[in-house]
Design a protein around this ligand. Structure first.
Ligand code: PTJ
Length: 249
């Protein structure tokens, strides 16, 4: 990996770029994943590269939903594994939840590489490699999933999603938690709970709330979930963004 001086004012951003670029060279990230990353970066810049208050509220409610779930699954793709594999593994343990690899640009080679990487990091069962079900109403390879994983999940966490699958999962009656830096994306607009934050910050924040809420009574978690209004939270994100931009102008 290219050495970046720690004194560089954009150190974290440059290291993250390097991570994504390396993961692409290794065949983990699809080449268009670099474009998706660039779009994410632009929104992150506007947010101030920090977890904003509405995003943290969303992360808390997401944790409550995951703790109440019967069969929660974390769906990972190339970008997520490149940037937040350890965080996703740790979060999955804390809930506990299953991990399933689900790719938009699905090839057997990428599926195997990503699965092997997660196994090397200690995940015993990685779902996704041997799909035995399809998400109804989806024509892309993102429909391919496993019965014991996403297909029968009641809650699916989908960091860096495409809007189509998010909607298809909801039509199956599932609760969809999305992490997306773009509050205007179809995914962000369609998900049950949208966390507008960088996946590198959001995943540890959800885990923080998992530990914080672990001993909370089920009825209190339910109350937290019932009061959730995704459209209102997204409006708060947009209001935060416009206030921030106004204050800078
Ligand atoms: O690995 P694959 O084959 O499944 O492909 C993955 C990509 C990301 C290429 C695929 O899912 C894709 O094309 O995604 P989109 O439709 O470009 O959407 C990606 C969304 O994630 C965009 O709205 C970005 O703003 C957002 N995003 C990018 N980087 C981050 C992010 N959100 C949170 N954290 C990030 N680091």
């Amino acid at each position: 990996m290219k050495k970046i001086p720690t004194s560089h004012p954009r150190y974290l951003s440059l290291v993250t770029r390097e991570q994504i670029s390396q993961a692409m060279k290794l065949g983990i990230v699809h080449e268009t994943g670099l474009i998706a990353h660039g779009r994410g970066e632009a929104f992150d810049y506007l947010l101030g590269e920090t977890t904003i208050p509405p995003a943290d509220v969303a992360a808390k409610v997401a944790a409550a939903v995951l703790l109440c779930a019967r069969n929660p699954v974390i769906s990972v793709n190339g970008n997520v594994v490149a940037l937040a594999a350890d965080g996703c593994i740790s979060l999955a343990k804390s809930i506990p939840a299953k991990l399933e690899v689900n790719l938009f640009h699905r090839t057997s080679e990428r599926m195997k590489k990503i699965t092997a990487l997660l196994r090397k990091k200690g995940v015993r069962t990685v779902y996704g490699l041997n799909p035995d079900a399809r998400i109804p109403g989806l024509d892309s390879d993102r429909a391919l999933c496993e019965k014991k994983g996403i297909f029968t999940a009641d809650v699916v966490l989908v960091p860096l999603e495409d809007g189509d699958r998010c909607q298809a999962l909801q039509r199956m009656g599932k609760t969809v938690i999305a992490i997306d830096l773009n509050p205007l994306s179809r995914t962000a607009q369609a998900a049950t709970i949208t966390i507008v934050d960088n996946v590198t910050r959001a995943v540890p924040r959800i885990e923080h709330w998992i530990h914080d809420l672990k001993d909370t009574k089920r009825s209190d978690l339910d109350k937290l979930v019932k009061t959730w209004d995704n459209a209102k939270n997204l409006a708060e994100v947009l209001s935060f963004l416009s206030k921030r931009l106004n204050s800078l102008s």
